[in-house]
Design a protein around this ligand. Structure first.
Ligand SMILES: Cc1cc2nc3c(=O)[nH]c(=O)nc-3n(C[C@H](O)[C@H](O)[C@H](O)COP(=O)(O)O)c2cc1C
Length: 217
């Protein structure tokens, strides 16, 4: 099997937000799929290592903000490269994007945050069923509410790779000659050679297979 074949499947890219007590949080996911229209049912797959995962398990509710082609890499970093276990992602101190755009985060009717910038819509979901997939839980959910915010096209996962992720600085070999490996999913940089087979990206949790060697340009 060509290990790149899975990259040909098309997905969107989303901010999945949850709320538990006073704690607001959210993470980036690319696994929202519509399953039926009557009623509107979607599935999402969330890594068990994500704090958002545990919040959804406990509260059985979340919102999904649909990232559009104006989405900024800084927003992906804000929600996708740090964990709610360590930071309050909705606090302006937690990152450059939130410092500038706190007012672009609003509360939906279900009390859960959604994003209004770099996003064209959001849906509110309630978990009906869940399935243990090992590393991830698949949540099957009814869509209870939603709003369109603008007509900027939704970013596909391929668009994210070609246009949004490329806002990351290019890096080459380190000054002391160490090889540089970059995660093709999120841009995380690993220095050293070889990258260990069992290395897991600390930002997006993808395996070492998703890293590519970056050479000095
Ligand atoms: C482009 C991109 C796509 C991602 N897709 C998923 C996904 O589909 N499912 C998932 O569980 N995590 C995904 N992640 C990883 C989480 O967003 C990331 O681990 C986040 O820091 C978890 O935050 P939390 O611990 O506050 O929930 C993705 C990250 C990026 C950058």
């Amino acid at each position: 099997m060509d290990k790149n074949v899975m990259n040909k499947l098309s997905y969107g890219i989303f901010v999945c937000t949850a709320k538990e007590g006073d704690k607001d949080n959210g993470c980036i996911i690319n696994t929202v799929t519509q399953l039926t229209t009557t009623p509107n049912v979607v599935s999402i797959a969330v890594n068990k290592a994500n704090y958002t995962h545990d919040m959804i398990v406990r509260t059985r509710e979340f919102n999904v903000s649909v990232i559009n082609e104006d989405g900024e890499f800084e927003m992906i970093k804000q929600f996708g490269f740090q964990s709610g276990k360590d930071v309050d992602k909705f606090s302006p101190e937690s990152g450059h994007w939130m410092e500038e755009n706190k007012s672009e985060c609003k509360r939906a009717a279900n009390g859960i945050m959604y994003i209004t910038k770099g996003v064209n819509s959001y849906i509110s979901c309630k978990v009906k069923e869940s399935m243990d997939l090992g590393t991830h839980t698949l949540f099957i959910c009814e869509v209870t509410d939603g709003e369109i915010l603008n007509d900027v096209p939704s970013a596909t996962y391929a668009y994210y790779h070609q246009h949004i992720k490329t806002q990351v600085e290019q890096v080459g070999t380190t000054a002391d000659g160490k090889a540089v490996w970059k995660c093709k999913i999120c841009g995380y940089v690993y220095e050293g050679d070889p990258i260990p087979d069992d290395f897991i990206c600390p930002w997006c949790k993808h395996p070492s297979d998703d890293f590519e060697r970056v050479f000095q340009l």
